[in-house]
Write a protein that binds this ligand. Sequence first.
Ligand code: MRU
Length: 377
Amino acid sequence: MADQYARTGEDMRSTGMPVIRWEEPPEGPVVVLLDQTRLPTEEVERVCTDASALVEAIRSLAVRGAPLLGIAGAYGVALAAARGFDVDEAAAALSGARPTAVNLSVGVRRAASAYRSALAEGGDTGAAAAAALVAARALHREDAEASARMAEHGLALLDELLPGGGHRILTHCNTGSLVSGGEGTAFAVALRAHRAGRLRRLWVDETRPLLQGARLTAYEAARSGMAYTLLTDNAAGSLFAAGEVDAVLIGADRIAADGSVANKVGSYPLAVLARYHHVPFIVVAPVTTVDPETPDGASIEVEQRPGYEVTEVTAPQVPVAGAGGGIPVAPLGTQAYNPAFDVTPPELVTAIVTEEGAVSPVTAEALAELCARSRQV
Ligand code: MRU
């Protein structure tokens, strides 16, 4: 049976195909992913028949972005359960596939605990596997709903901060339908502004080294008919200096209890630029990205990725040459510093927009209150 949540019109809007879906062909259940390493040149799907294939897809960024990692992790547990693999082992491997986005372990835990509860209530492994799938589908659906609410709250905040309308928004990395069960986080706000006729321009940072901005955000912006312009990450400073940026909108991979925000490397320099130029720096993320167990920014584990992502151009459409499968752009043996994320301190964040509303100023107390409110719903 095809997954009913992944095949909606919404899901197809800024991507050519569903981003993730569960399918049950006669050979057994599978998780089908839109392979994000192949975009924008090819819209190709990757079929995962077990959790280890999903772990590989997560590590290689075929599936990526915090909310989608949570959904993929939950489907991965459901897949392991449905195919009769060791669920605890699969859950540990999935949670450990990438360390920074807290949504991954949140999604894995949710499906795994549905599985264990069904067993504890006397169900057999089939019933427990079905319970894990119900949990994964619920997470998928809830993420779509959260996306829509974040877009609404985010646009209201933009309109309040920038009463003139005609917003010129700078974004980093990719935060649209490709990272979500719905239309995403920061990108969903820009899309809502576009549909309301209030987006003048989306400035898209290319997002070195893996080019999520150029390959993925530009792809989604083009499909959505938005006015957008791509820039190298290095060009952001002169864009601010020219007075061309009204607001920065980014997503988050983990928000610590004190409001520190881990997001794609290059976000922190944008926050510093935004502060210097008196431009609002707004983070858009579901409440599940707030991690009360991580007290502060220094406690966030930042993923370090292989140096060849910097020393070679590794986009898969480039003919194979170097050790990482790409064209070398630095002398052989060059060492690279390649953190996947950086951490922005709360004092540089104007607001955090969630599906429960916006927090501004960003304080530990306000975030704790937000999490408590969301748990009551
Ligand atoms: O390494 P990636 O591509 O998974 O990084 C993704 C990001 O940094 C996104 O900005 C973040 O996950 C927020 S998406 C809502």
